[in-house]
Design a protein around this ligand. Structure first.
Ligand SMILES: *[C@@H]1O[C@H](CO)[C@@H](O)[C@H](O)[C@H]1NC(C)=O
Ligand SMILES: *[C@@H]1O[C@H](CO)[C@@H](O)[C@H](O)[C@H]1NC(C)=O
Ligand SMILES: *[C@@H]1O[C@H](CO)[C@@H](O)[C@H](O)[C@H]1NC(C)=O
Ligand SMILES: *[C@@H]1O[C@H](CO)[C@@H](O)[C@H](O)[C@H]1NC(C)=O
Length: 371
């Protein structure tokens, strides 16, 4: 009986020793693994932008100017950012005339992009009405040299869809162009429900867009800034075409902003951004200025539509070659290298596919309908 008890105790002790050893061994391995991964994580972290510093930087920026929506007054008729003698060369255009809810596409284009504009008019810009929405397209230009201007004058007379303002058209002046579009919308297009800002080197599936806008926001969209969101923390480039100096922008990182390739903004936000743009320091990279810095000042939310857009030209080419259904993207960057021909080809494919799902229920405009 006593012997039995001793045996049992010895067994228990043996098992206990074994268990403790195993436990110690596992702990040691665990601790090593933990330290190891922690070291890696810390190293990784040290290579990341310093988010604390970034938040402080943003706060600094916000303390320069931070306003609730709806309190700021709009710039005067001759004001555009810090220009005091701005004017539109043409204020009488029909692009905003519409009995129905209007989505106005404002296309950022360069003065010499005659072919871009021609192709846009005959492709995605030719859709005039779809899903209870009217869709009009206008092009934004600044001043240019006399030779180009005389060709532009002809183009204006022929198509009546060019909005031109009195600032020098150059890529360092893109923020003027961007805000000019907003100013036009507020002054001459208050009946539009939505502005669609888009670049001239982008494929646009007008059907998908109007379908998306109508079915998501209806006929009275409010407080909408829908775009392909680029998250905060993008490092500021200090050299190259898009390089900025410290005196132009002292922060090392950009706040969250919208890809300017193409985005949608409701008129109430257009108004607030236009008003707030006077209170933000000028920055020439327009997407970052308008949809980043000024939007940040107003604390706006950006609705991400990243999955519906592509900034890789090969994606659109791939669909053109082998896509079976409608375009996988409603907005897609196209390569400037293979010219605008690709846009025509993409649009051909879009209309063939579209006839299947729109049942031809869209109204095409006639090329001169705006005049
Ligand atoms: C949309 O248009 C159809 C006819 O095209 C009309 O019957 C319907 O009432 C419209 N819907 C709205 C919300 O306006
Ligand atoms: C931008 O536009 C303003 C106003 O027209 C002009 O004075 C300035 O030279 C332009 N800047 C560039 C870089 O073209
Ligand atoms: C698009 O279709 C039109 C009419 O069917 C045709 O004339 C044109 O060549 C096509 N364009 C491209 C780039 O495929
Ligand atoms: C359109 O739909 C029909 C029937 O569903 C199909 O047979 C045809 O291939 C489709 N056409 C295109 C161009 O997608």
């Amino acid at each position: 009986m006593v012997q039995n008890l001793k045996d049992t105790l010895r067994n228990v002790r043996g098992r206990w020793v074994k268990t403790s050893c195993l436990f110690l061994w596992l702990s040691a391995v665990g601790w090593l693994l933990f330290t190891f991964t922690r070291t890696i994580k810390l190293q990784e972290f040290q290579n990341l932008p310093n988010t604390v510093e970034y938040t402080i930087e943003l706060k600094k920026y916000q303390s320069i100017a931070h306003f609730p929506r709806g309190v700021l007054s709009l710039p005067g008729p001759r004001e555009l950012l810090h220009l005091k003698d701005f004017k539109f060369y043409n204020s009488k255009l029909n692009v905003c005339k519409s009995k129905n809810s209007l989505v106005l596409a404002l296309v950022h284009t360069a003065p010499n992009h005659f072919v871009h504009r021609k192709i846009i008019r005959s492709t995605w810009g030719s859709v005039h009405h779809f899903r209870n929405l009217t869709f009009n397209v206008a092009f934004l230009l600044g001043q240019t040299n006399r030779r180009l201007q005389s060709r532009i004058n002809q183009e204006m007379k022929q198509h009546c869809d060019i909005i031109q303002g009195s600032f020098v058209d150059s890529y360092r002046n893109l923020s003027y162009k961007h805000m000019m579009g907003y100013k036009w919308a507020m002054e001459f297009c208050p009946n539009a429900i939505m502005i669609f800002k888009v670049d001239d080197d982008v494929y646009v599936d007008s059907f998908q867009i109007l379908n998306f806008l109508y079915s998501t926001f209806g006929l009275k969209p409010f407080n909408i800034l829908a775009c392909s969101v680029i998250s905060s923390g993008t490092l500021t480039h200090r050299s190259g075409k898009w390089g900025v100096s410290r005196s132009e922008f002292s922060f090392d990182m950009y706040p969250e902003y919208c890809s300017g390739m193409g985005y949608f903004v409701s008129l109430d936000i257009v108004k607030d951004i236009l008003a707030a743009s006077r209170y933000a320091p000028f920055f020439w990279i327009d997407d970052i200025f308008v949809t980043g810095l000024v939007a940040e000042v107003l604390n706006l939310n950006r609705l991400p539509i990243n999955a519906h857009t592509s900034d890789r030209p090969e994606e659109m080419t791939k669909w053109l070659r082998q896509g079976k259904g409608p375009s996988p993207y409603m907005l897609g960057l196209i390569s400037p290298h293979n010219g605008m021909e690709i846009l025509a080809a993409l649009w051909n494919k879009t209309t063939i596919r579209a006839n299947n799902y729109t049942g031809n229920l869209y109204i095409k405009n006639n090329p001169k309908y705006l005049c």
